[in-house]
Design a protein around this ligand. Structure first.
Ligand SMILES: [Zn+2]
Length: 362
């Protein structure tokens, strides 16, 4: 009985096995058929596509987006450096990898730490870089900014001019027919021989540290003299960083060697500047007043200008401080002195902070 039972069970098992193997065979046949069809489809695609259907890794797909969007105006293959300030190292790495750029940690520790954020980046956001370029990051404790108001202020400082002139024409505003030279070196100190672009950078660096000490986040349009930046591109950096103020630092010159003094320019209200012209005017008045109070320099007041590309492309409040006349021997020497630079920049910083506070209390 037991034996018969066992035999019966064996038969049952055998037939089940046959059914199962038949099913397996059917499934296998279907699978083979699908495979054949898809191979045919792929071969067809390869034949019909003008270029092979690239075995694209995700990185190169991500890369294509920023390149394509700026392809018209930019060197082929260039990538726009993203804004990384305030991100953790891990977040910054993800953003950079997606843009096809390489992360390089300058200081602050290379181990991801939730409490540390990017406080400086080089190149700056908005600059065009070659694919695979290194972006240097400085990290600091996020808590370092504890004395800063919740909606932390952003000031974009633009050190005027650059070592290399760019003689190509640039419209003075979006779509304008009137053009100006895209980039100039500026004037030169009559006694010191210091080029205006170098003085502007010295003053801007000084202003940067004074503002940062007072809790402002500073974005610089350039940190070296050897750059290639048009005035529209400088404004674009301020726009992209949604600066609360775009402040441009210059010296100037006059045919009259006796002429001296400080003047702060702001955008005349026109179709481009209308939304922020009045705010810019306020900023100019506040900064000019504070500079004169600090330095006792000759007060040349403030002036509206409609022909400045860096103003007309700006979508944020903008001013330009002409810090002194480098054609005046006395003022030229003063401007080159570290002590006077400290005073001048303390005045500018006072004015900027005053303007930012007024804006917040509205
Ligand atoms: Zn200038």
């Amino acid at each position: 009985m037991r034996r018969m039972e066992r035999q019966g069970k064996r038969k049952e098992a055998a037939s089940r096995l046959r059914i199962r193997s038949a099913k397996t065979l059917a499934v296998a046949l279907v699978a083979v058929a699908i495979l054949v069809v898809s191979v045919i489809a792929v071969v067809g695609l390869v034949r019909s596509a003008p270029t092979p259907p690239v075995k694209a890794p995700k990185e190169s797909l991500a890369l294509a987006a920023p390149v394509a969007s700026r392809a018209a105006s930019v060197t082929a293959g260039a990538v726009e450096v993203p804004d990384l300030l305030g991100l953790t190292l891990e977040e910054a790495r993800i953003v950079l990898r997606a843009a096809g750029l390489v992360t390089a940690v300058e200081n602050g520790g290379a181990t991801p730490d939730e409490n540390k954020v990017v406080t400086e980046q080089e190149p700056l956001a908005g600059i065009l870089a070659a694919p695979g370029a290194r972006v240097k990051l400085s990290l600091a404790d996020a808590g370092d900014a504890s004395n800063v108001p919740a909606g932390r202020w952003v000031v974009c400082i633009d050190p005027g001019h650059q070592a290399n002139e760019d003689t190509s024409p640039e419209p003075i505003g979006p779509g304008a027919k009137v053009t100006k030279q895209a980039a100039t070196a500026g004037t030169t100190g009559v006694v010191t021989g210091i080029p205006e672009y170098e003085l502007a950078l010295q003053l801007s660096n000084n202003l940067k540290s004074q503002l940062e000490r007072r809790g402002v986040r500073v974005v610089m349009t350039r940190s070296v003299n050897d750059v290639s930046l048009t005035n529209a591109e400088r404004a674009a950096i301020a726009n992209r960083n949604r600066a609360d103020l775009f402040i441009r630092i210059h010296g100037s010159g006059s045919p009259d060697p006796q002429a001296s003094g400080v003047i702060t320019l702001y955008p005349a209200s026109n179709k481009w500047t209308k939304p922020h012209a009045a705010t810019s005017r306020k900023a100019a008045a506040e900064v000019q007043r504070a500079i004169i109070a600090e330095t006792r320099a000759n007060d040349l007041g403030t002036a509206a200008r409609g022909d400045i590309a860096g103003f007309n492309y700006a979508k944020v409040p903008a001013i330009l401080v002409e810090c002194g006349l480098m054609s005046n021997p006395v003022e030229d020497r003063l401007l080159a002195s570290p002590h006077y630079q400290d005073k001048l920049c303390a005045g500018i910083a006072d004015g900027v902070i005053g303007f930012l506070r007024d804006g917040q209390e509205n």
